[in-house]
Design a protein around this ligand. Sequence first.
Ligand SMILES: O=C(O)CCC(=O)C(=O)O
Length: 348
Amino acid sequence: MAGGGEKTPANSAQPWKARSAHGSVYGRSSERQKQGACTFSPSVSSSKDSPQHLVTPVQPLKSADSRSSPCGSGSVGSDSGAAPFDICMSANKCPVIKLNPPLFEVNRGKRRDRELSKDVAPFQHLRPGMVLLKRFIKPNDQVKIVKVCQQLGVGSGGFYRPGYRDGAKLRLWMMCLGKNWDPDSCSYSDTRPFDGAQPPTIPEEFRKYVQDAIQASHELLKQRIGAANAVKELPLMSPDICLVNFYNSSGRLGLHQDKDESKSSLDKGLPVVSFSLGETTEFLYGDGRDEEKVSKVDLESGDVLIFGGKSRHIFHGVSNTKPKTAPKWLTDETSLRPGRLNLTFRQY
Ligand SMILES: O=C(O)CCC(=O)C(=O)O
C-alpha cells in the first residue's frame, strides 16, 4: 500500500471520492502529498464509523487533513495494547450456538456458485498490465486462506487498526506478512514500530496461489499478444510482502498508488497480485486522482486482480463492500465476519 487515507464523510454517497487523495496507501493529507510522501491514503475514519462491537474502542479520530507532521519521522498511531482483531466470529466468544450446515448443503452452494460464474468471462484484460481472473481461487482454497489469516491474525503481528500519529485511523484492519508496512512513514521494515512484533512469514501455499495466478494470466495473455509480450506486459514476481486487509461494511480505501516497494521492483513493474474474499466491493482505478475519471470493476470472492507493467502505478482504491454478498458456504465454514478480506502480494 501507499497511504490512501481518505477523508470522505462516512455517509458520502460516493465514498471513494477522497478530498485529498494520497501520499501513502491509506489516503492521507494534501500536506503529505505536497511533500511527495507516500502514495496510499486510506480512508480515514471518524470514531462514529468504528464498529465498537468488533474492536477495542479507539480514541476519537482527528481529521487526517489536520496532520502536519511529515512522513517518515516517527511513531505510528495504532490500537497499541489492544488484542489483535479476530476476522472471524469465534464460537467460544459468541453466546449464540450456531450449528454448521450439513456438508451436502455446503457442496450444493459451491456447485450453485460455480454454475453462476459460468456466465462471467473468467479472464478480463482490463488494460495493459492489468488482468482480472474471475473466481480464480477455488472454494476450498478460499476457506483455507480465510482460516490461515484468522489464525495468524490473532497472534503476534496480527490484525490491528492502523493509523497515524495524529490519531486518524484507516477504515480497515491490517496484518502484514513478510515485512511490515507502516502507513505513517510509508515504508517497509522488519518489525512493527508500535509493538516491535515481527510480521508472520507468508505461508508457502499463499505463494503458490500467487504463482498459479500469474501463470494463468500469462497463458491467457499469450493467446492474445504472444508469449514474449505476455511476460513483458506482466513481469514475473516472487512475493516477499503481503498486506492483508479486512474491511467491514463501512471500510474502504481512498485512491492511492502503491509505491513504497523498492525502486528496482517499481521500475521493473513487478505486479501487485490481489486476492478478494468475502463480500463484493467496487474497485476503482485510473491514471490520476480525478475521481470522475476512474474506471470501476466489481471484485467478488475468489477473484484475483493483477496489476503490473504499465499499470503498476495506477491510482486505485475500494468503496464500501456490498452487504450480504459473501458466499454462504464461505461464511458458514469460516465464520468470517461480514466484510471483505483482501490480500495484496508484492515483491519488495
Ligand atoms: O482492498 C483492495 O482491493 C485494495 C487494497 C489496496 O489497494 C492496497 O493494499 O494497496
